[in-house]
Design a protein around this ligand. Structure first.
Ligand SMILES: NC(=O)c1ccc[n+]([C@@H]2O[C@H](COP(=O)([O-])OP(=O)(O)OC[C@H]3O[C@@H](n4cnc5c(N)ncnc54)[C@H](OP(=O)(O)O)[C@@H]3O)[C@@H](O)[C@H]2O)c1
Length: 286
């Protein structure tokens, strides 16, 4: 059964080792800053994971954590990080408390330091196939598909979920790579009629076992982005038994999750390269 698994943990550690070598050769420190606000327990785990990987590669890592901060103060903090030449990349850990305007805050980040790829500028550049920092989860999915030589240009691709974080950018990234993609969401009528036709099915919804065995095609390639917790155990959006019918599938955990973190680490290096070419410009936000 193992030959059916797309192992994100294994691939991410190969990429991490390559990055480590590149970073070791540099004559300067690359600093990643993660800004977090509030006390979301999942966010704390994700920030720790990012710190661990960043330090493993040889980046400097700073977590600016605020139990509470006003929007004005947060924006002013981001602007000073935009202007700080030691900071190569920064992210604002999501979700933010609801009293903060997420879009306004994210779009204060300089697009050249936006290593989560979530600013409007980077999204527009992505759609227009221009040089940009791509969002980490879709980037990780594509890296995984490429590594396993999934011929997505020749396949019927269906994505379930159209969030700005995952489904929507992934749709554009696959389209830009000449895949033919259908994007489904919560208002899609008869979801099964789409999933059943998919040669490559990518699910990013956040509903445990939304996709069941009867909803997939024999031999389908399945990518499960979902991370759900049931009785303290992690599971995806795709029922585990679908592996029996699939030709390839990502596990949860150990599939897309590690690819997301390593894609962030790749973006930090890319931001360094972009910053080198754009000194003087990287102090501006959108
Ligand atoms: N592995 C990773 O590294 C990673 C990274 C990011 C996210 N995730 C996980 O991926 C999942 C999705 O994250 P997200 O940020 O994209 O979530 P999100 O912002 O809540 O978006 C969920 C999407 O699913 C759609 N949806 C909801 N119920 C549906 C249904 N019954 N049928 C079809 N579509 C449905 C929604 O449709 P509408 O647009 O119509 O509301 C929306 O587009 C979560 O489990 C999250 O934890 C994992």
């Amino acid at each position: 059964m193992n030959e059916k698994i797309m192992n994100g943990r294994e691939l991410s550690s190969l990429i991490l080792n390559d990055l480590k070598e590149k970073v070791n050769k540099l004559d300067r420190n690359l600093t990643l800053v993660v800004i977090s606000v509030g006390d979301n327990p999942a966010s704390k785990v994700y920030v720790k994971q990012k710190e661990k990987k960043a330090l493993e590669i040889g980046y400097s890592f700073t977590n600016l954590h605020y139990d509470e901060i006003s929007e004005e103060e947060l924006i002013s903090e981001i602007k000073s990080l935009n202007a700080d030449p030691n900071v190569v990349g920064m992210i604002v850990q999501l979700p933010l408390p609801s009293y903060l305007d997420k879009n306004k805050i994210l779009n204060t980040i300089s697009p050249l330091k936006d290593v989560d790829g979530l600013t409007n500028t980077n999204f527009l550049r992505l759609i227009k196939k221009e040089e940009c920092l791509e969002p980490c989860t879709p980037k990780g999915v594509i890296t995984l598909l490429d590594y396993y030589k999934v011929p997505y240009t020749k396949l019927k691709v269906v994505i379930v979920g159209r969030s700005e974080l995952v489904g929507l950018p992934l749709f554009h990234m696959l389209l830009n790579r000449n895949a033919t993609v259908t994007l489904c969401h919560s208002k899609t009528m008869n979801l099964k009629s789409y999933t059943k036709e998919a040669d490559l099915l990518i699910v990013a919804v956040g509903k445990p076992n939304l996709i069941t065995k009867d909803m997939i095609k024999e031999g389908a390639i399945l990518v499960d982005v979902g991370i759900n917790r049931i009785d303290n155990k992690l599971c995806g959006d795709i029922e585990a038994s679908c592996l029996l019918k699939a030709s390839l599938m990502t596990p949860v955990p150990g599939g897309v999750g590690p690819m997301t973190v390593v894609s962030l680490m790749e973006n930090v290096y890319r931001a360094y390269e972009l910053g080198k070419d754009n000194y003087g410009k990287n102090t501006e936000s959108n």
